[in-house]
Design a protein around this ligand. Structure first.
Ligand code: PHE
Length: 461
């Protein structure tokens, strides 16, 4: 393995298959499941959206997830190392993924910090009568565009907490840090979220919300944008092509079943997503009922504005809102934190392997640098805009580019598809057939290439 700067140490490992699966689910289930999926599904055909969504999951999501696993496990390294062992010049692609993770970590941490603040606010409905003015005005203090250095104390403290926790967990290493944290937070998240969703079903107007979400609009299936939305949702949601699943799979022991855990992760992630759709739309149904309007007339039904403006308003009107608010924002914070651990682990592992740093050194150095950027951007007045821009470039273009490149380079240029297929099938109980390579080599590049070009065109024009 030419070019390794550091002497080989025995690789860190998950304690077993369950640890790996829990951590991978922790990464996949994140903010995207809660605030992104429901709105995307609603706007792209409602119940009919489940068809492109499933097609995207089966033809690109799961195949690329397996590809990530195969690369990480076969070459036993985080993204830069694994790609370098595949072919020296591919290391660059690994660092590109590390960079994507860095950008995401910076803003993802901020959203977790906001959730922590709102968790605290929910105990006395601290957002008052006008949550919109509260969020952007009192809390974020968004005034004029441009980055200013007036630190917003309300954001600074929770953000510092998020980063200290992240550094502490990563410093503990894979088994004693990342796995352990996931073992605590993922079960808590599932319980809290289930309680929340069941509660939301009993709100007045819940059925209207569910009808709005699930009533199929079949015409949507003829719209290319709906299909693109489905593929994007799957990508972001499964955390594929970010280097995350490569890194996580590299900590499986040498002979390990990879495909079956992959199916478990994909299935769990989608289930959580649909559960979130049910919870969010039951709650929106309640809002529509309160205001005497149709669901279609509601604004701010996804992303940060859903979370930090619409939900607070609903929570204030709801019987038992304090409890609901605490569960909701607590769930967001936990879902986000386990994803943040996976993103930052990619960065940390990249540097550990490149420079021979220990997990502790890497956690501290990488954590501090990312934290400082994150604090500078997000505890100052222009966080919201920065988030938007970063999100556009990274999610819409960076990740898709990274996925196309991986498929085309590994399958076509280097022709390593068969080798990786054998590797996956060596121990796995669910065996992949030639279909796997066809999806990766033909279908994925066409669909993703189209997505990439249409997005670049929209962003430039
Ligand atoms: N999959 C996570 C979600 O759905 C988001 C995520 C994306 C996490 C990329 C890590 C990396 O929110």
């Amino acid at each position: 393995t030419g070019g390794a700067a550091a002497p080989e140490k025995p690789r860190e490992e998950w304690t077993g298959q369950v640890g790996f699966i829990i951590a991978a689910i922790g990464s996949a289930v994140g903010l995207g499941n809660i605030w992104r999926f429901p709105g995307v599904a609603y706007e792209n055909g409602g119940g009919a959206f489940l068809i492109p969504y499933l097609v995207a999951l089966l033809t690109a999501g799961i195949p690329i997830l397996f590809l990530d696993y195969a690369i990480g496990h076969r070459f036993r390294g985080s993204a830069p190392t694994a790609f370098r062992r595949l072919r020296t010049w591919l290391e660059t692609l690994g660092w590109f993924q590390v960079m994507i993770c860095f950008v995401i970590a910076v803003y993802y941490a901020a959203v977790i910090a906001w959730s922590l603040s709102f968790f605290v606010f929910s105990f006395d409905l601290g957002w008052g009568d006008d949550p919109a003015a509260f969020f952007t005005g009192d809390y974020l203090q968004v005034s004029e565009p441009g980055i200013s250095l007036d630190f917003v104390p309300g954001v600074l403290i929770p953000l510092a907490i998020v980063w200290v926790l992240t550094i502490v967990v990563l410093a503990g290493g894979v088994a004693k840090g990342v796995q352990r944290a996931n073992m605590v937070f993922l079960p808590l998240l599932v319980i809290a979220f289930l309680v929340l969703v069941v509660r939301s079903l009993f709100l007045q107007g819940a059925t209207d919300g569910l009808n709005a979400l699930f009533t199929p609009n079949w015409e949507a299936l003829g719209d290319a944008n709906v299909w693109i939305a489905a593929y994007s949702q799957i990508f972001f949601s499964l955390s594929i092509a970010f280097g995350i699943m490569i890194t996580y799979a590299s900590y499986r022991k040498r002979r390990a079943n990879l495909t079956s855990p992959g199916l478990v992760v994909a299935f769990a992630n989608s289930s959580f997503e649909i559960l979130a759709g049910i919870g969010v739309f039951s709650t929106l149904g309640f809002l529509a009922h309160q205001e005497g309007v149709q669901i279609g007339e509601l604004e701010n039904i996804s992303g940060p504005t859903l979370t930090f403006i619409t939900f607070p308003a609903i929570i204030s009107e709801m019987p038992g809102g304090v409890f609901f608010g605490a569960l909701f924002f607590g769930s967001l914070a936990m879902a986000g934190f386990t994803s943040l651990l996976s993103i930052t682990q990619v960065i940390s592992a990249g540097f550990q392997e490149k420079f021979g740093w220990s997990p502790r050194q890497a956690a501290l150095r990488v954590g501090l640098v990312t934290a400082i950027v994150s604090v500078l951007l997000f505890s100052t007045a222009d966080g919201l805009n920065a988030l938007d821009t970063a999100d556009q470039w990274v999610n819409n273009i960076g990740v898709v580019a990274s996925a196309v490149l991986t498929c085309v380079l590994v399958l076509w240029v280097l022709r390593r598809g068969r080798e990786l297929q054998y590797h996956l099938n060596a121990v796995s109980t669910f065996r992949v057939g030639a279909w796997w390579q066809v999806f990766l080599a033909v279908l994925a590049p066409i669909v993703l290439g189209y997505m990439l070009i249409s997005r670049i065109v929209t962003l430039i024009t």
